[in-house]
Design a protein around this ligand. Structure first.
Ligand SMILES: Nc1nc2c(ncn2[C@@H]2O[C@H](COP(=O)(O)OP(=O)(O)OP(=O)(O)O)[C@@H](O)[C@H]2O)c(=O)[nH]1
Ligand SMILES: [Mg+2]
Length: 302
């Protein structure tokens, strides 16, 4: 049984979306994955109307968490809650803020005794490679979710209509044998979304058929049961390491550019990279574990 989330006030900000008025019988299904994977499209298709906006350019579209209720097909008295989440991507809202928003939603509902039934992790099959962002998203997702909850994860490939079937099948096999291998070994299932409403419900039914909800996804356990702060969680640590790596790359690029910044274009590129570096360093500072917190955990009080 989850405890009340005592750390809520320290993390939650005005304007954060949480599942107020949720019921313990609600079937909560977060939909996660990189920007542009088709999370909002999936939810709109399942519900049969536009409940969450879809993006049409390269920038990430969903910035806030947005949940939508629909009824459970075999028992209309129960509700399914599809939770649209932003992907980790540095084009619009910084990654720290995205992690915070997702963490607040998940920990609040868990603190109010609502369990996650399963998680859909979407992946765009038309992508020829696992680019940096896709890998980072998968990494963050796994840290946030935790190994124990991976049996309740459905790995959903999208955009099958824009790839040749044999190319898509080959990519799907590669995912299963490499990037998704451990998750599949831990019980995650792969499914395809072909863009139709029926297909969306076939995917959701994988979760409904599973029957046992997740006791706690890792970040819920860390924030609520263990009383950790966001920077101390597995996802927080992973994000900090990724940001440090990006900051190092930017620092090297700035140093390289400084000697050559002669014309306007070069100067502008240098300024942009310096600004990105400052943003990254700010995010790293936001994710720093305060000394008091570190001392508490050294003494086993955290
Ligand atoms: N062909 C095809 N296009 C799709 C599919 N799913 C999404 N798209 C397109 O992909 C783009 C991004 O879709 P979204 O649903 O906004 O993706 P998202 O994962 O919600 O993205 P963020 O909110 O930015 O994290 C849009 O142009 C969609 O029309 C699909 O299954 N097939
Ligand atoms: Mg979206």
């Amino acid at each position: 049984m989850p405890r009340k989330w005592k750390g809520k006030k320290k993390i939650k900000k005005v304007g954060d979306v949480t599942l107020d008025g949720g019921r313990p019988s609600d079937i909560i299904i977060p939909v996660m994955g990189p920007t542009g994977a088709g999370k909002s499209t999936f939810i709109n298709t399942a519900v049969g109307k536009v409940v969450t906006p879809v993006g049409h350019d390269l920038r990430s579209c969903t910035a806030k968490i947005q949940h939508t209720f629909c009824s459970y097909p075999s028992d209309p008295s129960r509700r399914i809650v599809l939770v649209d989440t932003p992907g980790f991507d540095d084009t619009f809202v910084d990654d720290c803020e995205i992690l915070r928003r997702i963490a607040v939603w998940l920990a609040s509902s868990y603190g109010d005794h609502m369990k996650v039934a399963g998680i859909l992790y979407l992946h765009d099959i038309s992508q020829p490679r696992m680019f940096g962002t896709s890998r980072r998203n998968l990494d963050m997702f796994r840290r946030l979710c935790g190994e124990n909850a991976e049996k309740n994860v459905i790995l959903v490939t999208t955009k099958w209509g824009v790839v040749f079937p044999d190319v898509g099948e080959r990519r799907e096999q590669q995912l299963k044998s490499s990037f998704w291998k451990e998750m599949v070994a831990h019980g995650s299932k792969a499914a395809r979304f072909d863009g139709s409403k029926k297909s969306a419900w076939d995917v959701i039914n994988h979760i409904l058929a599973h029957n046992t909800a997740v006791d706690a996804v890792r970040i819920q356990e860390e924030l609520v049961d263990l009383g950790r702060m966001l920077p101390e969680t597995d996802a927080g640590n992973t994000l900090r390491a990724a940001l440090k790596e990006m900051a190092d790359t930017h620092r090297r690029a700035v140093e390289g550019m400084k000697g050559k910044a002669g014309d306007d274009e070069q100067r502008q590129r240098l300024e942009e990279t310096e600004k990105e570096l400052r943003d990254l360093l700010k995010q790293i500072r936001d994710l720093k574990v305060p000394l008091g917190m570190r001392i508490r955990s050294w003494f086993g009080l955290g």
